[in-house]
Design a protein around this ligand. Sequence first.
Ligand SMILES: Nc1ncnc2c1ncn2[C@@H]1O[C@H](COP(=O)(O)OP(=O)(O)OP(=O)(O)O)[C@@H](O)[C@H]1O
Ligand SMILES: [Mg+2]
Length: 336
Amino acid sequence: MSPESSPLLETRGLVREFDLPGGGLFGRRKTLTAVSDVSFAIGKGEILGLVGESGSGKTTIGRMVMRLLDPTRGQVIFDGLDLTRLSGRSLRRQRRRFQMVFQDPYASLNPRMRAGEIVGEPLVIHGLAPSARELREKVSRLLERVGLSSHDLERYPREFSGGGRQRIGIARAIACQPDLLVADEPIASLDLSIGAQIINLFSSLNKTERMSLLFISHDLSVVRYLSDRVVVLYRGRMVESGPTRTVLDTPVHPYTRLLAGTSSGTPSETQNGGDEPSGSLCPFLTRCPEALPVCRESMPPSLENSECGRQVLCHLVAGHSPWKSSASPSSSQGSP
Ligand SMILES: Nc1ncnc2c1ncn2[C@@H]1O[C@H](COP(=O)(O)OP(=O)(O)OP(=O)(O)O)[C@@H](O)[C@H]1O
Ligand SMILES: [Mg+2]
């Protein structure tokens, strides 16, 4: 599963702000920055895990990658094409190449459509099934690929278990043989053994069909098992990234250390007093058990260890070999 050199997907300095209610006619507009300066790449055939607690911006990133949501700033480059500049027909043409599997398999399936119609719809939309017979054959093969059978063609989503519904969602997502799957907490609503089967299905799609995956999860053990590299998010910022085992076995950022259980603090502790840190300071400041005086004065630098492809946003290792300053992509490549 060694990734090739040119990435399939690249995000450059992604930012997403949301307007908050209030502000009034003459008041200042209030915004929430859900995602801030997020840059990562996924190689062909590679699995990237995106982890972070609830509200850290995982789904917002997934939706921007899928072009279901416009970034406030930054770019999404897919196979060399800037998706943020595509619209209309040129975007539709690319759409079959990246697909999403949603967290809630029930809400994401049309309850009035049968499984066969749900899975076959993208094939019809993209003109990939010229005859009804061919469509039925292709859909049956897809259902079998995800562990269902042609007997399920006529059944409605409500007649399936949670795992069965998630399989329908996956069959629909892979119908047009996408190059990239964005899977947003795809096993969060399933019980353990069914979740494990679905994880094995993703692993098999990656190995046999060479599908790249952006795997969004808050479950570190699943991310450790499945992904080649990991991005750790905290309040919309990438605090650490790199090869999964290296990052999770020897985490550098105090938040990753708490997540990975290699530090004695608890992730919910409020430390260092005060309210939420301002946008110009470390997002983890109020919860950091290891904060330095400098953390209260300036934003941590983005540092990289190029020997093993790791990055971290933290004052703690600034000036320590082998960490070197890495240029922030948003400052040079972000577009309004
Ligand atoms: N459409 C929206 N309007 C306003 N705020 C939003 C919108 N979508 C997301 N947010 C806010 O952006 C932040 C990130 O949300 P997001 O859903 O991306 O987090 P998440 O990491 O996927 O969380 P979870 O693990 O709970 O799914 C949250 O504070 C959320 O309330
Ligand atoms: Mg989410």
